[in-house]
Write a protein that binds this ligand. Sequence first.
Ligand code: HSE
Length: 328
Amino acid sequence: MRVALIGLGAVGRGVAEMIAKKDLGLTITGIADSKSGCMDCNGIDPQRVLAQKKQTGACGDRSITAEDIIRDAEYDALIEVTPTNALSGEPATGYIRAALSRQKHVVTSNKGPIALAYKELRTLAQENGVTLRYEATVAGAIPVMHTLEHGLCGNEILGIHGVLNGTCNYILTRMAAEGLTYEQALMEAREMGYAEADPTYDVKGIDAAIKLVILTNTIWGNSVKLSDVDLTGIDLLTPDALRLAEDEDCTIRLIAEAIPEKHLLRVSPRIIEKNHPLVVEGTLNALTLETDMAKEITLIGKGAGSIETASAIIGDLLYIRDRYGKCT
Ligand code: HSE
């Protein structure tokens, strides 16, 4: 299957590295970063492009843009992994629209378009006979969407509760375990590439809230927005608050939860007992799905990271390849 890759930050690099390393049957025919691009219908060596990007800061020709690749390259699926803009969803929403309109499948890790324009984009995909997949938008490597779509498909989902932001979880873990200040722990998370391009998205709970919106709209088919989420971040938490929780054999985690029956849609720091299933460490995410038949299912896995997020992207690509076998 031929793919075009738009975005060469932490996630894009992870995807390119895994396509180069593993024999996945995926050929990259176009790559763009924010400054440049390259196209070759016979296939591009991702390792060469990554090396070039490291050396020169650009992945290809500065006259070739992401729009050029989406419009002109020969590909079956677009991989859209540019940074999230939660306010406008752009330029990613435009990229996705353009690819779907060309009857190309789309796989994205970009939360903006899915949180803001999911219904429109899903309809556009249906009208064009292609699919839009977004496993990587929620909980990094954890196959939440696949679990909902397949393993739990006969269940009614009654509620969800989760740790959905790896950066906040990393910060809370480091503050509690090492006594780091909030600023020190955030700096570490940024250095390790977990945080968003704008880390206020993470620490103010916006990233977790966007993921909650995506999950809510996916599960219950409604149209909630970021502004519907009752939102508190971790940016005002002090090491003292964590120490007080510790004295009670508890800890603090940023919990996202949605329970339609109670009209609850909330992200907030919560004091919880240390042996609770949602108390996970570092960049782990955890999500409990309350269901009618399976009862409670808790999924745990890496919620952020380059290769971990690439795992979700590649899972979506191979799902498309297997389902729509006509791809070359
Ligand atoms: N900044 C996000 C997080 C990346 O820390 O969870 C994954 O969406």
